[in-house]
Design a protein around this ligand. Structure first.
Ligand code: CUA
Length: 377
């Protein structure tokens, strides 16, 4: 891995794909510099060589050259394809999270970053992550467009109202790195930032244990589902079931009224809560009320985490991508048999937290802070 510390104005490299982004960047600079030199040199050489020598003299006529024209078509094509391929490889590497990444939820808001770990810890404008671990961020915003930017990781992605975006990284060096909002979002845009703390695993475990946490996202989602929002009255099995059962549904394909099929992912669950009549599952009536305006983005994330946990995806766990029985017999219920998940109970699988469950405390405040012991700045 290369080290750019000699270029003082360049951010340090602290993630596994930082060097890839830099390599592509330097390649672009090299190509640009090469052609700049050639073009400028040609201007001078031709300016002198073909300057006007006498009045009214005509230059020799030129009738084209197949060889020359082919060359100046093919060489730029090859060069531009190397740039395209390099960019595509780096892009797909960054934007497709690996299955085994730890999931952390991020909600942008004018003007702060609200972060919740799978184990329940919350942070504001700070993100603690262990070194050498794959971390996936699932992000959305409560108000306007923001952009999550960690220069040292070369991680930069828009956080868009009304949908989830994901990105992942693996930090390579313990330390303290700037976190910015990179999309103008109003008056205090410039103040919407903080730090990412990359810690050794042992320090990170201490940090997690030392920060009293409230409910995990799964627990909080379950609470909303069963009590606060009353989703369970329709979505739990039994006599009163009027909505689709949700166990084992995550990652499967469900059939909608009208014949379409849709993959149950974070986005679909979110849309179904906010705009229930938009995508009705086959066999059900459009009777569910919208929860728009009654539920925050953080609560939506918690419900998504809970529903995900019903399919055996523990908080922070990976998507199992169970293949669905899209044509479940009876057509009444998309997940009434063999949807590939063993977790057919309403008990969520909880991430191992290693600290006491203290539902009374709500550390939804920037007070949960600790400096890593090995900050290198
Ligand atoms: Cu948020 Cu700029």
């Amino acid at each position: 891995m290369q080290d750019n510390s000699w270029v003082s104005f360049f951010p340090e490299q602290a993630s596994t794909f930082a060097w890839q982004v830099d390599a592509l960047y330097f390649y672009l600079i090299a190509v640009s510099a090469f052609f700049t030199v050639i073009v400028v040199a040609a201007i001078f050489v031709f300016g002198i060589k073909y300057r006007e020598r006498g009045r009214f003299t005509d230059g020799a006529e030129i009738h084209g050259s197949i060889a020359l024209e082919t060359m100046w078509s093919i060489i730029p094509f090859i060069i531009s394809m190397t740039i395209f391929l390099g960019g595509a490889v780096v892009y797909y590497h960054q934007y497709i999270p690996p299955e085994d990444a730890t999931e952390i939820y991020v909600v942008g808001k004018q003007w702060m970053w609200k972060i919740q770990h799978g184990s329940g810890q919350r942070e504001i404008n700070e993100l603690h992550v262990p070194v050498g671990q794959k971390v996936k961020l699932t992000m959305t915003t409560e108000d306007v467009l923001h952009d999550f930017f960690v220069p040292a990781f070369r991680t930069k992605i828009d956080v868009v109202p009304g949908r989830y975006t994901t990105i992942w990284f693996e930090a390579t060096k313990p330390g303290k790195y700037h976190l910015f909002c990179a999309e103008y979002c109003g008056l205090n845009h410039s103040g919407m930032g903080g730090y990412v703390y990359v810690m050794e695993q042992r320090d990170f475990d201490n940090w997690l244990a030392g920060n009293v946490s409230g409910q995990t996202p799964v627990e909080a989602g379950r609470d909303l589902f069963e009590n606060k929002l009353g989703c369970a009255s329709c979505h739990q099995g039994g006599q009163n079931q009027r909505g689709a059962k949700l166990e084992g549904i995550y990652g499967t394909d469900v059939k909608l009224v009208g014949g379409q099929t849709v993959r149950v992912d974070d986005e679909y669950i979110r849309n179904s809560i906010l705009n229930p009549s938009g995508q009705i599952v086959e066999g059900f009536q459009p009777i569910m009320p919208t929860f728009k305006g009654q539920i925050t983005e953080e609560q939506l994330i918690q419900i998504v985490a809970y529903i995900k946990s019903l399919s055996g995806n523990a908080a922070g766990g990976a998507t199992t991508g169970t293949t669905a029985n899209t044509n479940a017999t009876g057509g009444n219920n998309v997940n009434n048999s063999g949807s590939g998940s063993a977790a057919n109970t309403l008990t969520p699988r909880r991430a191992d937290r290693g600290d006491s469950n203290n539902p009374g405390s709500n550390p939804n405040a920037p007070g949960n802070r600790s400096e890593p012991t090995n900050s290198n700045r």
